[in-house]
Design a protein around this ligand. Structure first.
Ligand code: PEP
Ligand code: MG
Length: 885
C-alpha cells in the first residue's frame, strides 16, 4: 500500500483503487485523480495518504524515511510533467500544499500556496514569466501565508506593513503596487520574520515543503477543526491527506483569473451556474473575502445590477470551456459540484471539485430536478437529502406582509429568517445562547475560529465577504441564515457598538435577518408557518413509498397533534399524560391528590381532574381520527409535582382543606433523593390504583363519545416503567375492569389494546414473559439509556460532551442511540417479545425515534414504527426510507 499517489500529467493510477478512495487520499485527492482520469486539465501533483497523517500524529510528529523518499519521487513526477524543477534558480517549480480530509471541512484546515520561492528562485520566476511584478507579488504572498500557517506568526504585522507601504506611496489598492514596491515589501516581510522568529525565513525549498506538510497534518488537530468535527459528527481518527500540486497562476495579469463555482445555485437549487471570480488574483483572495469578487455569468451580474464584467463577458473563451467542464462533471458525478478553477494566461485549470454543500431547499430541488432530468433515480434522490437538514424547511419564514424597518442590505448568503440580539464575537454568542437567548452574530468577516459562535447563533451578519466566502459556505452547511458583505455595517468592537447605515446600535439590540433577500432589519419581524408542498411534498411522497416503518409522533396537545398530522404523522406513539397536568389550572388539584393522606383524599382530587382529562382525550381522538393513539398512563416522579413556595402550599391548602403545616410535612415525606428511580411510572399505578383508574376512565369515556360520532378509534393504553409481568398484569386487570364499567355505562364497546414500555433493562430481559400480557412494546429509550448506562438523563450534560470528545461514546447517547450497548437490549427484547407473541407491535418513542442513525438501527431490528416529536416527523419519514433502501 503506497503512501503517496500521483495524478495528472499522464499518471492517474487508474490501476490502484486506493488513489480514488476518499478514505485513503481524502475527498480532494480522490476527485483530482478522478478529474485527471476523465481528461480534464488538472495541474499535476501527488497526494500523501490520510494513513500517513494518522501515523504522523500518533508517532510524535515525525516523518518516516520511506515517506521522505516517496515524496521525493513523486516530486520528480511533477517536475517532469511541467518541465521545471523544484528549487531550481533559473526555472523553478512552485507548488501548492493543501489539506483534504475524507469529507470537506471548508476553511478548517491549512493551505500554503506558491511554495518553492526564495530569494533566488523569485528571480527565475520573474525571468521565465517575463513578469517581475507577478513574481514579487507571489513571493510576498508566500512569505505571509507560510509565516502564518507554518511558522505560526501573526499575520497582523504583515498586513500592517502592506498598509504602511501603500500609505507611503499614496495608493488605495493592492493593484497599484508595482514590482519594486512588492520587492521592497518582501524585504520588509523578511525582516519581520527574522525579528519575530529569531532566524531568517527558510530559503531551503525542501525544508519549506516538509514544513507545510507538517502544518497541514497538524491542522487536523487544531481547535477549529475539532469544533467542526464535533458539530458534524466527524470522527477524530480519520486524519487528513495532503495534496501537493504544481501551481498555476491566476495572478499573471489581466488574462489570468481565479474563481469558485457551483454547477447549480447552492442556496435555491436553481439550475444556473453560480459563482464568483476575480481577475489577476489567487484563489485565497476569493475564498477569504478580501477583495469583492465578481459575478460569473452575465445574467447574475445583470440581476444584481453590478458593474464589473462577468467572466462570461470578460473571458468568453475560458468561460465556454468552464461551462463545458460543469456539464461534464455533473454527468460524471451525477450531483451538483463545487469547483475551484484558475485561468493562467487564458488557459483553464481545474483545482478542485466536490459535491457542493447546499441548503435543504436546494438539496430538495436538485434531487427532484435530477430525477426529472434522468440523472438519478428516486432512491438516489431519497439518499441525497440529509434528513436533519429538513429541519431548516419546517420552521417559520418572515411574514412577507409584515412591515420591515430595513437597516441595510447585504448578500443573501444563506437563506432562512432569524431574529435575535446582536452579539459581536463568537464567545459571547455561545455564552448568551447557552442561557437560552436568541442571538445574531455580527462580524466584520467570520473566520474559522468563529465556528462555535456561528453554531450558537440563530443567524450571521458580516460586513465583508462574498457568497462563497467560507463563512457563507459554513452557514449554509449548518442551516444558519446568513447575510454577508453588508458593507454598511461598521463595528466598534471596543465600545461594543455598531453603526448600520446611519443608525446607531449596540450589542444586545434586536435585529432580524432575511437570508433569502439579504435584508437586515431592526427589531423582530413576525414570521409565518412554512408550506410543505412542492419539492418537499414530492420527495416525501417518494420516501413514503420506499419506507417500511410507520412514523408516529410524541404529542399531547391537540395543536401539536394537528401539526404532526400535517407533517405526516401516522398516529400518536406517545401521549405523555403528565404533561396535561402541568397546566396551571390543574396543578393544584394534582398537588392536592399527591399530598392527600389517604385514598379518599386522592379520589376527591381525582374527581376534579376526570372531566379535564376526558376533554383532553376527546380532542386528541378527534384530531387523530382513523389513526392509532397510544396514551401512556401517568409516569413522572411524584416529587416533580410537589409545591415549592408559600403561595403554592397556600393554594393547595385552600383546595384541600388541610393546613399548610400539614401539607409541608407531607411534602417532606414525599421528597425523594433519586426521583427518577423512585416513586414513578407504573409504581404509581400499583400503589395508588385510583390514579390510573381515573385516567383509564377518561380515556374510555372520551373514546366512546368520539366513537359515538361515527369515528374509528383504537386506543392503545401504555403502562410505563414496567420491570416485571406481574406489574403489567395488575394494571391490565384494572384497565380491563374500568373498560367494562364504562362500556356498560355507555352501552357500547370498542377495541383497545394494552401494552407496555420497555425502558428498564429488566423489562428487556423479561420481554418474553411480559409479552404474554402486553399487546405491544414501545421502547422508551430515554429511560432505557439512563438505566442501562447508569447515567442520569438530567445530569449528563455536565460531563457527556467530554465523553464524546474523548471517544468514549461516538455521540451523545441520549441523542443518538448507543447501538452497541442499549441497542443490544432493544434487539433482545424485540426477539423475545416476538417469540412469545409473533404479531406483537413494536415501536420506539424515546428521543431516538427522531434521530436518523437510530432510525436506521430500528429498521434492522424490524420495529413497526418510530415515534418522534412533531417537527421531527418529516425527518423520520425520510430517514426511515433511507434505512429501508
Ligand atoms: C423514554 O423513557 O424513552 C420515554 C419515551 O419516556 P419519558 O421520556 O417520558 O420518560
Ligand atoms: Mg420513560
Amino acid at each position: 500500500n503506497k503512501s503517496v499517489y500521483t495524478f495528472g500529467g499522464g499518471a492517474n493510477n487508474n490501476d490502484d483503487a486506493r488513489s480514488r478512495d476518499k478514505t485513503i487520499v481524502g475527498g480532494k485527492g480522490a476527485n483530482l485523480a478522478e478529474m485527471a482520469g476523465i481528461g480534464l486539465p488538472v495541474p499535476p501533483g501527488f497526494t500523501i495518504t490520510t494513513e500517513e497523517c494518522v501515523s504522523y500524529l500518533a508517532g510524535g510528529s515525525d516523518f518516516s524515511a520511506e515517506l521522505r523518499a516517496d515524496v521525493a519521487t513523486a516530486l520528480t513526477h511533477i517536475e517532469s510533467a511541467v518541465g521545471k524543477s523544484f528549487g531550481n534558480n533559473a526555472d523553478p517549480l512552485l507548488v501548492s500544499v493543501r489539506s483534504g480530509a475524507r469529507v470537506s471541512m471548508p476553511g478548517m484546515m491549512d493551505t500554503v500556496l506558491n511554495l518553492g520561492l526564495n530569494d533566488e528562485t523569485v528571480k527565475g520566476l520573474a525571468a521565465t514569466s517575463g513578469d517581475e511584478r507577478f513574481a514579487w507579488d507571489s513571493y510576498r504572498r508566500f512569505i505571509q501565508m507560510y509565516s502564518d500557517v507554518v511558522l505560526g506568526l501573526d499575520h497582523g504585522a504583515f498586513e500592517e506593513a502592506l498598509e504602511i507601504a501603500k500609505e507611503d506611496k499614496g495608493y488605495f489598492s493592492d493593484t497599484e503596487m508595482d514590482a519594486g514596491d512588492w520587492k521592497a515589501l518582501v524585504a520588509e516581510y523578511e525582516t519581520i520574520v527574522e525579528r519575530e522568529l529569531g532566524r531568517p525565513f527558510p530559503q531551503d525549498v525542501t525544508e519549506q515543503l516538509w514544513g507545510a506538510i507538517a502544518a497541514v497534518f497538524d491542522s487536523w488537530d487544531s481547535d477549529r477543526a475539532k469544533v467542526y468535527r464535533r458539530l458534524n459528527d466527524i470522527p477524530g481518527d480519520w486524519g487528513t491527506a495532503v495534496n501537493v500540486q504544481a501551481m498555476v497562476f491566476g495572478n499573471m495579469g489581466e488574462t489570468s483569473a481565479t474563481g469558485v463555482a457551483f454547477t447549480r445555485d447552492p442556496a435555491t437549487g436553481e439550475r444556473a451556474y453560480f459563482g464568483e471570480w476575480l481577475v489577476n488574483a489567487q484563489g485565497e483572495d476569493v475564498v477569504a473575502g478580501i477583495r469583492t469578487p465578481q459575478y460569473l455569468t452575465k445574467k447574475a451580474r445583470e440581476t444584481a445590477n453590478a458593474k464589473p464584467l462577468s467572466m462570461e463577458e470578460a473571458m468568453p473563451v475560458a468561460y465556454g470551456e468552464l461551462a463545458a467542464v460543469f456539464e461534464l462533471l455533473e454527468k460524471h458525478y451525477k450531483d451538483m459540484q463545487d469547483i475551484e478553477f484558475t485561468v493562467e494566461r487564458g488557459k483553464l485549470w481545474m483545482l478542485q471539485t466536490r459535491s457542493g454543500k447546499r441548503t435543504a431547499k436546494a438539496a430538495l430541488k436538485m434531487a427532484v430536478d435530477m430525477v426529472a432530468e434522468g440523472l438519478i433515480d428516486e432512491a438516489t434522490a431519497i439518499r441525497r437529502v440529509d434528513p436533519m437538514a429538513l429541519d431548516q424547511l419546517l420552521h417559520p419564514t418572515l411574514d412577507p406582509k409584515a412591515p420591515r424597518d430595513i437597516l441595510t442590505k447585504g448578500l443573501p448568503a444563506s437563506p432562512g429568517a432569524a431574529a435575535g440580539a446582536i452579539v459581536l464575537d463568537a464567545d459571547t454568542a455561545e455564552r448568551r445562547a447557552e442561557r437560552g437567548e436568541a442571538v445574531i452574530l455580527v462580524r466584520v468577516e467570520t473566520s474559522p475560529e468563529d465556528i462555535h459562535g456561528m453554531h450558537a447563533a440563530k443567524g450571521i451578519l458580516t460586513a465583508r465577504g462574498g457568497m462563497t466566502s467560507h463563512a457563507a459556505v459554513v452557514a449554509r452547511g449548518m442551516g444558519r441564515p446568513c447575510v454577508s458583505g453588508a458593507s454598511a455595517v461598521h463595528i466598534d468592537l471596543a465600545a461594543r457598538t455598531l453603526r448600520i447605515g446611519n443608525r446607531d446600535l449596540k450589542e444586545g439590540d434586536l435585529i432580524t435577518l432575511d437570508g433569502a433577500t439579504g435584508d437586515v432589519m431592526a427589531g423582530e419581524v413576525p414570521t409565518i408557518e412554512p408550506e410543505l408542498v412542492g419539492d418537499f411534498g414530492t420527495l416525501m411522497t417518494w420516501a413514503d413509498k420506499h419506507r417500511r416503518m410507520k412514523v408516529r409522533t410524541n404529542a399531547e396537545t391537540p395543536a401539536d397533534c394537528q401539526m404532526a398530522r400535517q407533517f405526516g404523522a401516522e398516529g400518536i406513539g406517545l401521549c405523555r399524560t403528565e404533561h396535561m397536568f402541568f397546566d396551571e389550572a390543574r396543578i393544584t388539584a394534582v398537588r392536592q391528590m399527591i399530598l392527600a393522606d389517604n385514598e379518599a383524599g386522592r379520589r376527591e382530587a381525582l374527581t376534579k381532574l376526570l372531566p379535564e382529562q376526558r376533554q383532553d382525550f376527546h380532542k386528541i381522538f378527534e384530531v387523530m381520527t382513523g389513526l392509532p393513539v397510544t396514551i401512556r398512563l401517568l409516569d413522572p416522579p411524584l416529587h416533580e409535582f410537589l409545591p415549592h413556595g408559600d403561595a403554592e402550599f397556600e393554594e393547595v391548602a385552600q383546595a384541600s382543606g388541610y393546613g399548610v403545616e400539614h401539607l409541608r410535612r407531607r411534602a417532606a415525606e414525599l421528597h425523594e433523593f433519586n426521583p427518577m428511580l423512585g416513586h414513578r411510572g407504573c409504581r404509581l399505578g400499583v400503589t395508588y390504583p385510583e390514579i390510573y383508574e381515573m385516567q383509564a376512565r377518561a380515556i374510555f369515556e372520551a373514546a366512546c363519545d368520539v366513537a359515538g360520532q361515527g369515528e374509528a378509534i383504537v386506543p392503545e393504553i401504555m403502562v410505563p416503567l414496567v420491570g416485571s409481568k406481574r406489574e403489567l398484569d395488575i394494571l391490565k386487570d384494572l384497565i380491563d375492569r374500568v373498560a367494562a364499567e364504562v362500556f356498560a355505562e355507555k352501552g357500547r364497546t370498542l377495541d383497545y389494546i394494552v401494552g407496555t414500555m420497555i425502558e428498564l433493562p429488566r423489562a428487556a430481559l423479561m420481554a418474553g414473559e411480559i409479552a404474554e400480557s402486553g399487546a405491544f412494546f414501545s421502547f422508551g429509550t430515554n429511560d432505557l439509556t439512563q438505566t442501562t448506562l447508569g447515567v442520569s438523563r438530567d445530569d449528563s450534560a455536565r460531563f457527556l460532551a467530554q465523553y464524546v470528545e474523548k471517544g468514549i461514546y461516538q455521540r451523545d447517547p441520549f441523542v443518538s442511540l448507543d447501538i452497541e450497548g442499549v441497542g443490544q437490549l432493544v434487539s433482545l427484547a424485540a426477539e423475545r417479545g416476538r417469540a412469545t407473541r409473533p404479531d406483537i407491535k413494536l415501536g420506539i418513542c424515546g428521543e431516538h425515534g427522531g434521530d436518523p442513525a437510530s432510525i436506521a438501527f430500528c429498521e434492522t431490528v424490524g420495529l413497526d414504527y418510530v415515534s418522534a416529536s412533531p417537527y421531527r416527523v418529516p425527518i423520520a419519514r425520510l430517514a426511515a426510507a433511507q434505512a429501508a433502501l
